[in-house]
Write a new protein. Structure first.
Length: 132
């Protein structure tokens, strides 16, 4: 079995022995390409995806004021973020057709929900206008 430290994975086309697995598991602590992060750093980077901070590099390392609040996202907002993810996958060489198909289906589902919600709002508006 061969080990590729740049990709952090084992080539399992051959038999993999226990030593190769241990090497793969322990390799991340010795690679210079990997940045060691504290728990707070990880939380800050994960939760710093607010609309004001689109670019990951612009995200402050430990600024609690920029933590994402859990508020309801509109259909339009969900569609924008889904389309952004789809654009990201389109640019990635390693993305699979299945991943892209899932996001396209999700975008389609969001569009249908948005249309149904607008139709429902229109129906309720007309219903209340004619009742009065």
């Amino acid at each position: 079995p061969t080990f590729s430290p740049a990709r952090l994975q084992l080539d399992c086309s051959e038999n993999v022995d226990e030593e190769a697995v241990k090497q793969c598991i322990n390799e991340d602590s010795t690679l210079e390409c990997c940045e060691v992060l504290s728990g707070d750093d990880i939380v800050s980077r994960v939760t710093c995806g607010s609309e004001e901070t689109i670019n990951f590099e612009e995200c402050p390392e430990s600024d609690e004021d920029n933590l994402v609040t859990h508020q309801k996202l509109s259909h339009g907002g969900a569609l924008v973020h889904t389309e952004a993810l789809l654009n990201y996958l389109e640019q990635e060489d390693e993305s699979t057709p299945t991943e892209k198909m899932i996001l396209r289906n999700l975008s389609s589902s969001i569009i249908h929900r948005r249309v149904n919600e607008k139709n429902s709002d229109f129906y309720h508006f007309i219903l209340h206008k004619t009742v009065r």
